[in-house]
Design a protein around this ligand. Structure first.
Ligand SMILES: *[C@@H]1O[C@H](CO)[C@@H](O)[C@H](O)[C@H]1NC(C)=O
Length: 279
């Protein structure tokens, strides 16, 4: 029995040496989040304190995810490195801090990147474009820079008015070349409002735009059960974000001004910073 196990172990390790890292996948999903809504979402699954750092763009990065056509996706793949190593992305860290911020001060800045790289980045390494950790983060930044979601949405908000999916579709048609996309809301339990929380854009493996498959599999939504929610707080490895859910027919692209913040000058400063960055 024992030699058999040894042979098995050797062949398993040989396989992992000979095969490329990551797994073959069909397309990529780029998700951008609206930090104002994230911090407004009243949700038991995240720490109470949520802060939008200075210089955060109006829409910031959530991640870039390898996906299968059937709506499911690979996760926590064999990668090099297997786990996020901050030293490998030092050269681009200043920019990442700005456009890919962690909004929960109780977690480290790197916690969000680590979660995304370990879960999704490792799986993308089957493609040459994403073969290293540095390459993955560099490409995500490029995608962010090439799609100006905040600019495209200027025609519909942020505002107090209700909007619907068709308004989003019209506003994004130009920048997405008419390709279909997905979007999700966050719930503010206090006001019962549904807030536009993220936009998910689909890309071919060469990063050209494509239609999202239109599966309504919400496998990517970080919904959690009541039980998980009670044990989740402070747990490692969870994305530091509240639970996204499908938007109802009408929802709000929450204006900064309506944030019921204790100090309005704090939000005023963010607003100015965002306007100056313009992205
Ligand atoms: C989706 O497709 C992938 C790759 O072809 C496969 O590994 C996976 O089992 C499929 N998942 C479902 C739910 O069909």
């Amino acid at each position: 029995m024992k030699p058999l196990i040894v042979i098995l172990l050797i062949s398993i390790s040989l396989t992992s040496i000979l095969c490329r890292d990551g797994v073959p996948f069909d397309y990529l999903m780029f998700t951008t989040i609206y930090p104002v809504a994230v911090c407004r979402a009243d949700d038991d699954s995240v720490p109470e304190s949520c802060e939008i750092p200075d210089r955060t763009p109006q829409w910031s990065i959530h991640g870039l995810w390898p996906n299968f056509e059937n709506g499911s996706y690979p996760q926590n793949c064999h990668g090099t490195p297997k786990h996020f190593d901050e030293n490998l992305i030092k050269s681009i860290e200043d920019r990442l801090i700005k456009i890919w911020p962690n909004l929960y001060p109780k977690k480290t800045i790197q916690s969000f990147w680590k979660h995304e790289y370990d879960k999704h980045g490792t799986c993308a390494q089957s493609e040459k474009l994403f073969e290293s950790e540095l390459a993955y983060f560099t490409e995500v930044m490029k995608v962010f820079d090439s799609i100006d979601v905040a600019g495209a949405l200027k025609s519909i908000g942020p505002s107090d008015k209700n909007i619907g999916g068709i308004d989003l579709k019209n506003a994004l048609a130009g920048v997405l070349e008419g390709k279909s996309f997905e979007f999700n809301c966050l719930r503010d339990k206090k006001t019962k409002q549904y807030l536009l929380g993220d936009i998910r854009i689909c890309l071919n493996k060469d990063l050209t735009l494509r239609d999202c498959p239109g599966h309504h599999v919400d496998s990517h939504l970080n919904r959690v059960s009541r039980f998980e929610r009670s044990t989740r707080r402070g747990q490692r490895g969870q994305p530091p974000l509240p639970s996204f859910q499908p938007c109802p027919a009408e929802f709000i692209y929450l204006p900064l001004e309506s944030a019921d913040a204790p100090s309005s000058s704090f939000f005023g400063n963010i607003w100015n910073a965002i306007k100056n960055i313009g992205h």
